[in-house]
Design a protein around this ligand. Structure first.
Ligand SMILES: [Fe+2]
Ligand SMILES: [Fe+2]
Length: 268
């Protein structure tokens, strides 16, 4: 299986475009799956540079409703290419960021109807080796520090419980590989759930954002010490993990830590 970073906050090669967003292309023997679509400025350009035909994409999985993961759907609508979408049903709820009294709409901006979405609340096998997580149980409360994210339910604003935050669990011969969007459920919660759902006894790697940009030092240190114990082969620093957390990861986990940028790919 080949996993390519299509959209990320970082670029290190010519011609690609970086943005605050994330998207991965997963290529199996017979399928091309897009995991998230970025914010919408970079996807078309980066697909062109990598010579990937959007018509060849079998389906799209949305990690959650935030616009830095769903904004790239605009490109598919403009191209009139509508791969089926798989997501948690709460992906469509209005989402806001409230900071210093300012309310910013950061939710899904496009209607999903044309993509004939399939919504699942719980785990679901998408392929022989790929499991859609569904809602991740928020077991470790220490991972849920964030308070600026809200959602709207029946015209009421409430703290976003991130029911729609899903990951992909890929089983390989060498253990579980977890693909995350923003990991709003908490990266340790996600890993623990992934090991349980796939009956895996070893975490092989993580590719994706961990949303530790504004995390406390205490939380970053606790996260890295658990990751060290889990002893994976690789961990990426991508999208919203933040460079501060990335530096802590690098110092502790050394060569296991990979800073991603657009165009980088993994063979798993
Ligand atoms: Fe994000
Ligand atoms: Fe997010």
């Amino acid at each position: 299986m080949k996993i390519t970073v299509l959209v990320d906050n970082y670029i290190t090669k010519r011609d690609f475009i970086a943005e605050h967003g994330f998207s991965l292309l997963i290529e199996t023997d017979d399928k091309k799956i897009l995991f998230d679509t970025g914010q919408g400025y970079a996807l078309k350009n980066n697909l062109d540079v990598l010579k990937i035909n959007p018509h060849g994409i079998d389906f799209i999985v949305l990690s959650h409703g935030h616009d830095d993961h769903t904004g790239g759907l605009k490109f598919f609508i403009e191209e009139k290419v509508f791969p089926r979408i798989t997501a948690h049903p709460d992906v469509v709820l209005p989402k806001y960021k409230v900071e210093s009294g300012k309310k910013e709409n950061i939710g899904l901006k496009y209607s999903l109807g044309v993509f004939h979405p399939e919504f699942f609340k719980g785990p679901r096998a998408l392929d022989e080796k790929i499991v859609f997580s569904g809602e991740v149980p928020k077991v470790n409360q220490w991972e849920l520090e964030e308070t600026k994210y809200f959602r709207e339910v029946n015209e009421q604003l409430e703290k976003d419980p991130f029911t729609d935050d899903v990951s992909l669990f890929v089983t390989t011969d060498k253990g579980l590989v977890v693909l995350t969007g923003c990991a709003h459920s908490g990266i340790i919660n996600i890993i623990q759930y992934g090991l349980e759902v796939t009956h895996s006894d070893h975490l092989r790697g993580i590719i994706g954002g961990m949303h530790l940009k504004n995390a406390s030092q205490k939380r970053i240190e606790k996260t890295v010490s658990i990751l060290k114990e889990l002893n994976p082969e690789f961990i990426t620093v991508s999208h919203c993990t933040g460079l501060e957390a990335g530096v802590v990861f690098k110092n502790v986990l050394k060569d296991k830590v990979i800073f991603t940028s657009v165009g980088m790919w993994f063979s798993i």
